[in-house]
Design a protein around this ligand. Structure first.
Ligand SMILES: [Ca+2]
Ligand SMILES: [Ca+2]
Ligand SMILES: [Ca+2]
Length: 126
């Protein structure tokens, strides 16, 4: 039996094999949701925090850019809201020796340690 998020919808799926019938059954969405992970600061979800992530946040906020796939990842300062300070926080970290974005941080894929109203990020990273 395998417990894993096979379809990357943020819910654990359960796969079982039946050797007698030579078949595999997949129970989708069975069990509790796996923790939705992301890298904080990686707004475009390419696995790295760079200038383009800050630009993406600015475009979303001020230029009517498309909705972000993972607002938690774009919430660089983890204050639960997406605003100008998130882009500035990331820029300060990247170019001015500012503090790194809080847990799970820009390098590690992990869940959001603080509850907020931002949409959960299913399958934003692994
Ligand atoms: Ca990125
Ligand atoms: Ca924020
Ligand atoms: Ca949060």
């Amino acid at each position: 039996m395998v417990l894993a998020d096979l379809d990357e919808d943020g819910h654990a799926d359960c796969a079982t094999q039946d050797f007698g019938a030579s078949s595999v059954s997949v129970l989708r969405g069975a069990g509790p949701a796996t923790a939705a992970g992301f890298r904080r600061g990686d707004a475009d979800l390419d696995g790295r925090s760079t200038l383009t992530d800050a630009v993406l946040v600015l475009r979303r906020l001020f230029l009517g850019g498309e909705a972000l796939r993972c607002e938690d990842a774009a919430d660089s300062d983890d204050d639960g809201a997406l605003r100008l300070t998130d882009a500035l926080f990331l820029l300060l970290h990247l170019f001015a020796g500012g503090a790194a974005p809080p847990e799970p941080g820009p390098a590690r894929c992990g869940p959001d340690p603080t509850e907020d109203a931002l949409a959960r990020c299913a399958g934003a990273c692994r």
